[in-house]
Structures are given as C-alpha cells and as structure tokens.
Design a binder for this molecule. Structure first.
Ligand code: 2HA
Ligand code: ZN
Length: 271
C-alpha cells in the first residue's frame, strides 16, 4: 500500500484549500470542497475493505452508491488543512443504501464531513448527468460576491449581465451565466435540492448573503470560475455608487462571444 500522504488527490486538496484560504474566501470554518474519486485513484493508497466507521448522509444518495469522495470536514478550518489533512479531510464511499457514508480515511478526531454534504452530493448527481467528466464541487464565501448580493437585484439575468459588463473575462469564463438562490437556511436538504436544480443549468450558483458554489472537471475549473465571478463582483463593488462613465455594451459582448466562439446565454443580453 502506498503512503496516503503522497496521493495526488490529497496534495491537490491541501493546495486548493490553502489557496482558497489565502484569497480570504474561507474565514473560520467557512467553505467546503468535495472531489469525486475513481476507485483506481484510491485503491493504491487505502484498503477499500477497511471501513473505519459509517456516518449517515441524512438523505438518499443511491445514484452515488459505491462512489468515492474526498470531502472537507464539518467545523474544520481551511487554514489548518494543509498541515493536518487527516483531521480536517475524509475519504468516504457512499454505501449501497445511499444513506450512509463509509469512512475509509480521515476525520481522525471523530469528526464528519461538511454540513453541506446534501448540496455537494445532490450537485454531483446533477452535474454527472450532464457531464460524465464532472468531479469537483467547491463552496466558499468570497467577500465582494457576498457584498454584491446585498446591493444588487438577485435575478439571474441582471446579476450575470452586471458581471459580464465589468470586464472582458467574465463572459468568456462563464458564458453559461450565474445561477442565484435567495437567502436560505444552509446545511439543509432543501438548499441542497435548490442548488442541484440550478446546477442543471449553471456551473456557478450564488447563495445570496452567504457565498457561492462552483463546479468543474478539475479544481482549476471550479476555482477559476469562482475567482472570475469574484473579480467581476470586486470591480462592481469598487465602482457602485460612482458616476458610471464606461461599460461593455451588449453589442460588444456579442463581439467577444464571436471572437471566443462562445455558447452563451443570448437571452441575458438586451439586443
Ligand atoms: O461551515 O460554509 O455553508 C461551512 C459553510 C457552510
Ligand atoms: Zn458556506
């Protein structure tokens, strides 16, 4: 058996969460990340017959039975993951009944996975149905995105359009737009279902007055999506309330879409 501490998926998780922390997106225990793992990725590092304990998932995740995930722990600080991954992360397999998670590694202090597991697993299901290469669900609390939800209307068309107008990168990185949920109680199956429903259409879902979810095939894709929304939201917040002299107009957004051959939400422009 190879040393778990050398597993590439563990290194990647330690590095991405450290980066997210450095961005200021994950104060205290804020944020959570899960990555779907192929059995072949896990098998060299862990005895797959050695279940340390089982933990109820709190809902029916049967379509994911037998699938493996590395997931951040509940109440754990991103700040601490890099130096102590075995306490702050866990590797789980969804049990045959879909209602238990089998712990194979981690949560060493008796802990468990993030309270947002319903939103993560339901989102994994929704995205896998669209893209079999889907792997990552990432949630965090980026400051300017959060600030924007205090002062900007929350409808998806205008929220996305405002971000697209802030800088050229936005429509190029998220031509599919940004889904927005109103404020809801977090950590529940309800917010999980609502998030997964939006994820049928978007790779980004803003939780008003809370944070954001991003998904992707890779950590870079999910991180890059969130990073670009946050850049747009920062520009918006730095300019909001000042005389707005210049913007990227809709006909210019169309030019960008042509130049980068984008499949974009044309219904989000007013042409
Ligand atoms: O505590 O971010 O949404 C982690 C969270 C909850
Ligand atoms: Zn959160």
């Amino acid at each position: 058996m190879k040393d778990m501490m050398t597993a590439p998926f563990l290194t990647e998780m330690r590095e991405i969460t450290a980066n997210m922390y450095r961005q200021g997106w994950d104060e205290r225990n804020g944020g959570n990340v899960s990555r779907l793992l192929d059995e072949e990725e896990v098998a060299p590092y862990l005895d797959l017959n050695n279940v340390l304990r089982t933990i109820p998932t709190g809902f029916d995740a049967k379509p994911l039975a037998g699938r493996y995930f590395i997931v951040t722990g509940t109440g754990k600080y991103f700040k601490n993951i890099k130096d102590d991954p075995e306490t702050n992360l866990g590797v789980i397999r969804i049990g045959a009944d879909g209602e238990t998670a089998e712990l194979l590694w981690g949560y060493r202090d008796g802990g468990r996975f993030t309270s947002e597991l319903p939103a993560h697993l339901m989102t994994h299901m929704a995205r896998l149905a669209i893209d079999p290469e889907h792997r990552i669900v990432m949630h965090c609390h980026p400051t300017y995105t959060l600030a924007m939800t205090h002062v900007h209307p929350l409808d998806e068309k205008s929220f996305t359009h405002t971000l697209w107008e802030t800088c050229s990168e936005c429509i190029v990185v998220f031509p599919d737009g940004v889904g927005v949920l109103p404020w809801m109680v977090c950590g529940t199956n309800d917010i999980g279902r609502a998030t997964a429903e939006k994820m049928k259409e978007f790779r980004l879902v803003v939780w008003a007055l809370h944070g954001i979810y991003g998904v992707g095939r890779t950590m870079d894709e999910a991180f890059g999506l969130i990073e670009t929304v946050e850049k747009g939201a920062q520009v918006y917040m730095l300019t909001a309330g000042r005389p707005h002299l210049n913007t990227i107009h809709d006909d210019e957004l169309v030019e960008l879409a042509k130049r980068f051959d984008l499949t974009y939400r044309k219904d989000y422009l007013d042409l």
